[in-house]
Design a protein around this ligand. Structure first.
Ligand code: MRU
Length: 357
């Protein structure tokens, strides 16, 4: 998928080396889509933190890449000397790691930046900074390559003349480019297959309606937005033959956390005999946890449920329950499409075999 009118791949964030001396992190402010495509330039740590927290940049892999670049932004702001820079890197990583708890890619990318900083201990800051920026670029580039490979491995699942259902946004906007679940659809589209994607609107923040439908229509893929409550009927009417979603964290047994509502979609898919697939890079696996019960679930501001587009839709007196993610048990997942191939059936042994330790 490309930026409208340019032919360049759609990227939600990038390092602009000429934004100011040393460069700055730039990102598409996703809270404004689909009606405005606006760029936000981040030159302060708190701007990066806020952009992640407020979902200006969102989606597990994209959060990881933003955090990696955020390390450079935070260090540039602090202006460390040759002696104290490694403490500064540690403090910046600690702060960024408090932005959102569920997507493991955030912690994975920050751990990688910390590890690189340890390898660079004793070097002057100018040298260390160049190496850390190169590491952030590598995280971005590797993510893009993993997304392309996911598309290649999963594209055959999209039926000619059929329908695919997806939940939330696991597209180019949620990664460094191309997406995970949507990569499967982009790759099928590139092979000339025709199909319709049913995009759950994805309450409360409408990532499906606002972002997935925008990306797909820009790419010339047939997209139909449905309210979350319509997925069962769409399945019973045989409009979709497969479900593909992304993931925020996958436990070592294959239990998968993704946007709230995904678990319900998986239950519906099982009830209708429709295969439910997850698409994710290896950076989304948390091999340190035994199962989905250990995945921390973010709870967000009740106002996100109570208010839609500035209009209050529930009484102030009523409480609002606000988990942002849920966990789909491995037994409901037909396969996990990774850059290394498809894990199927989803068992602890098969996850370990493909992803490792
Ligand atoms: O709250 P969000 O918009 O960051 O949630 C995003 C999702 O749940 C995506 O499906 C997931 O991160 C996979 S992105 C390739």
């Amino acid at each position: 998928m490309s930026v409208p009118g340019t032919g360049s791949p759609l990227r939600p964030l990038w390092w602009n080396s000429s934004a100011r001396p040393g460069g700055a992190l730039e990102l598409i402010d996703q809270t404004l889509l689909p009606t405005q495509v606006a760029t936000l330039t981040c030159t302060r740590l708190e701007q990066v933190w806020e952009a992640i927290k407020s979902l200006r940049v969102r989606g597990a892999p994209a959060i990881g890449v933003a955090a990696a670049y955020g390390v450079i932004v935070g260090c540039d702001e602090a202006g460390p000397g040759d002696a104290g820079w490694s403490d500064t890197v540690g403090c910046v990583c600690d702060r960024l790691s408090t932005s959102r708890p569920t997507a493991v890619n955030l912690f994975w990318a920050l751990d990688r930046m910390r590890r690189r900083a340890r390898e660079l201990a004793g070097r002057p800051w100018s040298e260390a900074r160049a190496a850390l920026l190169a590491e952030a670029h590598a995280i971005r580039d590797e993510d893009a390559a993993m997304c392309r490979a996911i598309g290649m491995h999963g594209q055959h699942l999209v039926p000619e003349g059929g329908g695919v259902l997806t939940h939330c946004n696991a597209g180019a906007l949620a990664t460094s480019e191309y997406g995970t679940a949507l990569a499967v659809m982009y790759a099928a589209h590139e092979k000339g297959r025709r199909f319709t994607v049913y995009a759950d609107e994805t309450r409360p923040l409408f990532q499906g309606a606002r972002l997935t439908a925008w990306e797909l229509t820009q790419a010339g893929i047939d997209a139909t937005v449905i309210c979350d409550s319509m997925a069962a009927v769409v399945m019973r009417e045989k409009k979709v033959q497969v479900v593909v979603t992304g993931a925020d964290r996958i436990a070592s047994n294959g239990d998968t956390a993704n946007k709230i509502g995904t678990y319900g979609v998986a239950v519906l898919a099982r009830a209708h005999g429709i295969p439910f697939y997850v698409a994710a890079p290896s950076s989304t696996f948390d091999m340190g946890i035994a199962d989905g019960s250990a995945i921390p679930i973010e709870h967000r501001d009740p106002e996100e449920v109570r208010v839609i587009g500035g209009r209050q839709v529930a009484p102030r007196e009523a409480a609002c329950y606000t988990p942002a993610f849920d966990v789909t048990p491995a037994e409901l997942i037909a396969g996990i499409i990774t850059e290394k191939g498809i894990i199927a059936p989803v068992t602890r042994e098969n996850v370990a075999r493909l992803i490792g330790g």
